[in-house]
Each structure stands twice: as structure tokens, then as C-alpha cells.
Design a binder for this molecule. Structure first.
Ligand code: HEC
Length: 155
């Protein structure tokens, strides 16, 4: 009787160890997936995010909502999510013409950001195209470089 009880307990422990191992594997896997997702996003996004904070946020605001009648929002606007060349050109040349965003007209000029590198412009534009609920495609440094070369007011 004693022997049987002992082996029963041993058997149970064995299953328990197995369960622990499976749980451990499961959490390791979860961790890997999670850190993968992070590392996939972070290099470009953290560069874009800090550039946004440094150069754009004061006017376009933290949530990209802009300031009514002063600075247009970066949400609900095809300037941001649409044609890449037009968007890149806005950053390289600035913008100084009345525009309508979300049924509101804006007149204030925006200065050029051509002093930023191709990579920096690509990063900040990719950031605004994928932030604030925007779901558009990234912009590559190479694409900025092409537009910069074509641009008449090139630096
Ligand atoms: C000094 C304030 C200011 C700063 C800083 C600024 N902008 Fe703007 N931005 C404006 C204004 C004003 C307009 C509207 C210009 C016009 O109507 O001609 C505008 C327009 C835009 C537009 C097109 C309109 C829209 O909302 O879709 C985009 C895109 C844009 N800005 C992106 C940026 C990015 C990216 C940065 C940072 C690198 C930045 N802006 C920095 C004031 C600013």
C-alpha cells in the first residue's frame, strides 16, 4: 500500500514537472513574440517619434490633432496618408498656401524641413503615416532622396 501510494505521488510529480515545462515554454514563446513585435517597430518608430516631438509636436500637437484655425491636424487628411511625393515635398519645401483639412481652412505657412536628412524625413513621415489612427505605408529614405533631387528648391 505504501509503495503504491509513493509511486502514485511520483507519477503525479512527473506530470507536474511536465506541465511546468510546457508552461515555461509557452511563456518563453509569448515573450519572444512580444519582443519581436517591439523590435520590429521600435528602431524606426522611436526615431520618428523623437523627431516628431522635437520638430512637429509644438504645432501639430501630441495627438496630431493640430490647433483649430492655426495648424491643420495630421489625421483625416490625405496630405499625410496619400501621395508620398506630395507629402515629402511639403517637408522639403514647406507649405504656404491656403489648404482645407477636415472642412477647416488653414492659412498659416509652414517652414521647410529640408535641413533634416533623408533618413530623418523618412522616419518622421513614416511615423505620422502610422500614428494617430493613420494606417498608411512607410516612406523610405531613398524615396525622399529622389524627391529632393527632383525638387526645384533643392538644398
Ligand atoms: C510652426 C508650426 C509648424 C511646425 C513646427 C510644423 N508644421 Fe506642419 N503645418 C503647419 C501649418 C500652419 C500648416 C498649413 C500650411 C498651409 O496651409 O500652407 C502645416 C501643414 C502640414 C501638413 C499638410 C497639411 C495636413 O495637415 O495634412 C503636413 C503633412 C505637415 N504640416 C507635417 C508636419 C511635420 C511632419 C512637421 C515636423 C517635421 C511639421 N509639420 C511641423 C505648421 C507647422
Amino acid at each position: 500500500m505504501m509503495y503504491e501510494g509513493g509511486s502514485g505521488k511520483l507519477h503525479f510529480l512527473k506530470n507536474d514537472a511536465m506541465l511546468n515545462r510546457i508552461l515555461l515554454l509557452f511563456f518563453l514563446l509569448l515573450g519572444t513574440i512580444f519582443s519581436f513585435g517591439q523590435s520590429k517597430n521600435s528602431p524606426k518608430n522611436s526615431m520618428g517619434a523623437s523627431l516628431y516631438r522635437q520638430y512637429c509636436m509644438s504645432c501639430h500637437q501630441e495627438d496630431g490633432g493640430g490647433v483649430p484655425r492655426m495648424t491643420p491636424p495630421l489625421t483625416g487628411t490625405t496630405y499625410v496618408t496619400g501621395d508620398k511625393k506630395r507629402l515629402i515635398t511639403i517637408l522639403l519645401n514647406g507649405l504656404n498656401e491656403p489648404i482645407v483639412v477636415q472642412d477647416e481652412e488653414y492659412y498659416n505657412p509652414m517652414a521647410s524641413f529640408s535641413f533634416l536628412s533623408d533618413q530623418q524625413i523618412a522616419a518622421v513621415l513614416t511615423y505620422i503615416r502610422t500614428q494617430f489612427g493613420n494606417k498608411s505605408t512607410p516612406i523610405l529614405a531613398q524615396e525622399v532622396s529622389v524627391v529632393r533631387k527632383q525638387s526645384t528648391t533643392k538644398k
